[in-house]
Ligand binder design. Structure first.
Ligand SMILES: Nc1ncnc2c1ncn2[C@@H]1O[C@H](COP(=O)(O)OP(=O)(O)OP(=O)(O)O)[C@@H](O)[C@H]1O
Length: 255
């Protein structure tokens, strides 16, 4: 796969819903080679940031991938520019096999009938995505009976097959076992080598283990940014996680 080494740069992003400012002047950047985390208590504006970047919500300010402005583009054009995302609930085709899901992602324009037939040859992007995500032994498995973790990995594999330059992952380890979380963290580290990987996550243990850089949002604004150690040591972050309903207690996040 040949994803370009372009960075995602978000500048002064603002999203308003009927007068309520959900994202208020947020700036951050994410580069290939790092596993970037966006954390914050419930309602901090994390998902809304991703929605704005991917064209699902209207935002002002700027979000660029290389020289391309993403804001204001419809969602399908953002996808074509190489920006892929996953949702908290995996959105795979449950009745189709792993291979058929990947075929669809690869945009191989086959008839419905041929999609239902076992395939002989596989293209190299699919081979690589299968190997990366550890799904090579599940080719013929209907996606609906994959484990929760495997469904998330299939979604990631679908983005890899599309050669996404940016992967925006919304709570990718929610509901996963500890082993699946570890496997996911290791997967993210591998695929981030030449792509932008931005993870929205509530799981603080996962964040501590796998984040290379973290932005903390609170009430629509950037509260803190830095390495895991830096944001954990930031008294403003500690105060938010101590005093905000819905946030995990400090003991859980190790602050
Ligand atoms: N379509 C919408 N219309 C109105 N308000 C919205 C809409 N989407 C989000 N919001 C509000 O914007 C704020 C930020 O929501 P968002 O989902 O981005 O937070 P979050 O940090 O992702 O939270 P969580 O961790 O709970 O998913 C919340 O107060 C939410 O209720």
């Amino acid at each position: 796969m040949t994803a370009a080494q372009e960075s995602l740069v978000v500048t002064n992003l603002r999203v308003e819903f009927d007068g309520f400012v959900a994202v208020d002047g947020v700036s951050f950047d994410a580069h290939p080679g790092e596993v970037r985390f966006l954390i914050g208590p419930n309602g901090a504006g994390k998902t809304t940031c991703i929605d704005a970047i991917t064209g699902l919500s209207k935002g002002t300010g700027s979000a660029t991938l290389g020289a391309q402005e993403l804001l204001g583009k419809p969602a399908h054009k953002t996808v074509r520019l190489g920006v892929g995302r996953t949702f908290q609930t995996a959105s795979v085709f449950e009745e189709l096999t792993v291979m058929q899901n990947l075929d669809i992602a690869a945009g191989l324009h086959r008839s419905s009938l041929s999609l239902l037939r076992a395939r002989r040859g596989r293209d190299s992007a699919i081979e690589t995505a299968l190997a990366e995500t550890g799904l090579s032994h599940e080719l013929a498995t209907p996606a609906g009976i994959l484990s929760h973790g495997q469904k998330q990995w299939l979604e990631i594999a679908m983005l890899l097959v599309q050669d996404a330059k940016v992967l925006l992952l919304d709570e990718p380890v929610a509901g996963m076992s500890l082993d699946e979380r570890t496997a996911t963290g290791e997967l993210l580290g591998r695929i981030a080598a030449n792509r932008v990987v931005l993870v929205v996550e509530h799981d603080m243990d996962f964040m501590r283990r796998f984040a290379t850089r973290v932005t903390v949002l609170h009430q629509g604004k950037v509260l803190s940014e830095g390495s895991v150690a830096e944001v954990q040591a930031d008294p403003r972050v500690q105060a938010v996680y101590l005093g905000t309903a819905g946030a995990e207690p400090l003991a859980t996040i190790g602050m």
